[in-house]
Ligand binder design. Structure first.
Ligand SMILES: [Zn+2]
Ligand SMILES: [Zn+2]
Length: 148
């Protein structure tokens, strides 16, 4: 699955006259391995041992290229740093107000939403952020309250 996806992305790179360099490939693999919507810093941390001298700005650029190629998406919400998502299918996010965790929510669990009719704006996709408290945080709050 993963290698198929990498092959498809490699093809897209070639079509644009870009090489899927070893660096880009390792960064892409590191992103595909994660479901926690990592930041560029986290990806940098994950691969820097394997790419000597890799700078954070190179990671940013590589991730931006992957976003341009449609291989990843940027996810951000107010007050948070930009995170990267290898899941480019339509899905939504559950954001914990307490710890900032960002989880995927399958689009099929919410009712179908039609693209709005607008004047000049062409809607191509949408993503909903549901804000709340994650299970882990809810448990730790409950524990704290029980002790008081
Ligand atoms: Zn939380
Ligand atoms: Zn996601």
């Amino acid at each position: 699955m993963k290698s198929e996806r990498i092959a498809r992305i490699e093809e897209k790179c070639r079509a644009r006259g870009l090489a899927l360099t070893v660096q880009r490939r390792l960064i892409l693999e590191a992103l595909l391995d994660r479901t926690d919507h990592p930041t560029a810093e986290q990806i940098h941390e994950a691969v820097r041992d394997r790419i000597p001298g890799l700078s954070l700005s190179t990671v940013y650029r590589a991730l931006d290229t992957l976003v341009d190629l449609g291989a990843a998406r940027k996810v951000s919400h107010a007050g948070s740093v930009v995170r990267f998502d290898p899941n480019v299918e339509r899905h939504h996010h559950l954001i914990c107000e307490s710890c900032g965790d960002l989880d995927d929510l399958d689009a099929s669990v919410i009712p179908e939403i039609a693209f709005p009719e607008t004047g000049g704006f062409t809607v191509s996709d949408f993503s909903i952020h549901f804000i709340g408290v994650c299970e882990r945080c809810r448990h730790s709050t409950a524990r704290r309250q029980n002790h008081v």
